[in-house]
Ligand binder design. Structure first.
Ligand code: FE2
Length: 248
């Protein structure tokens, strides 16, 4: 990254973007021990306290459901959520915790959608992710199934899929026309996932191609990194976007 890029990204006034502008986080892994996020209740507690400190009033946590890795079911997730709610109550944390899931697009997801057995948030929004290594085969089919079954497809961290680095506009135009909402990871703006992901995230913000933003917090380090970078210009640009976070 060149020095000019660096200078451009840093807000001259050094004012940190206030995350209470968003109020709600829509993507995180806070339920202990069921995916690659929090592993202990103490870790969950630490992250919830940090969310609160950063200005959030609600977090919608979204454990992974990946058939050959994290075989979570709505029952497992809802049981874990109840444990988290008990913790929030016990420690009198002043933050709301809701739950949905982050579905990996595999051969089983379509069936779950057709049976209406998916966890959603807000007005039937369903968060799903794609493989990082190869473009999806069943994306159009999935989106159609979601739409015809009353769900709103929310594609997680679009900026992170390498096979869309060169054709974002074309793909996004098509997805949005089909009613897909796009979720961006806040830490993509910090360079956490590399320079190309950062560039893609910035392009999406510049073009207003972002419907929701999320922390995708797996560990408290993710929130600390975010906090250290809130003076970047691109965080301030979020104020101009019509983000669904503010309505949840
Ligand atoms: Fe995630």
């Amino acid at each position: 990254m060149g020095i000019l890029d660096t200078l451009f990204r840093i807000n001259k006034s050094k004012v940190a973007y206030d995350l209470s502008d968003l109020g709600v986080d829509v993507h995180s892994h806070l339920i202990p021990g069921i995916d690659d996020g929090a592993q202990t209740k103490d870790q969950t507690l630490g992250m919830l306290l940090k969310f609160k400190e950063l200005g959030y009033k609600k977090v919608i946590t979204t454990p992974h459901i990946i058939s050959d890795l994290y075989r979570n079911t709505p029952e497992i997730i809802l049981a874990g959520w109840k444990e988290v709610l008990a913790m929030v109550n016990e420690h009198q944390l002043d933050i709301e915790v809701e739950v949905a899931a982050e579905y990996f697009l595999d051969e089983f997801l379509l069936e779950k959608v057709l049976k209406k057995e998916v966890l959603s948030f807000g007005e039937n929004n369903v968060l799903f992710e794609l493989s990082f290594s190869s473009p999806p085969n069943q994306l159009a089919e999935l989106v159609f199934a979601m739409k015809t079954n009353g769900y709103v497809p929310v594609l997680a961290h679009f900026e992170r899929y390498p096979y869309y680095f060169s054709n974002a506009e074309e793909v996004i135009t098509d997805l949005r026309m089909k009613g897909v909402k796009l979720q961006l990871n806040l830490n993509s703006l910090t360079g956490h996932y590399g320079p190309q992901v950062r560039k893609q995230a910035e392009l999406m913000i510049d073009n207003g191609w972002v419907d929701l933003v999320g922390s995708d917090c797996h560990r408290i380090d993710h929130l600390n990194l975010l906090e250290r970078n809130l003076t970047l210009n691109y965080f301030h640009k979020l104020k101009e976007l019509h983000l669904m976070n503010r309505q949840l």
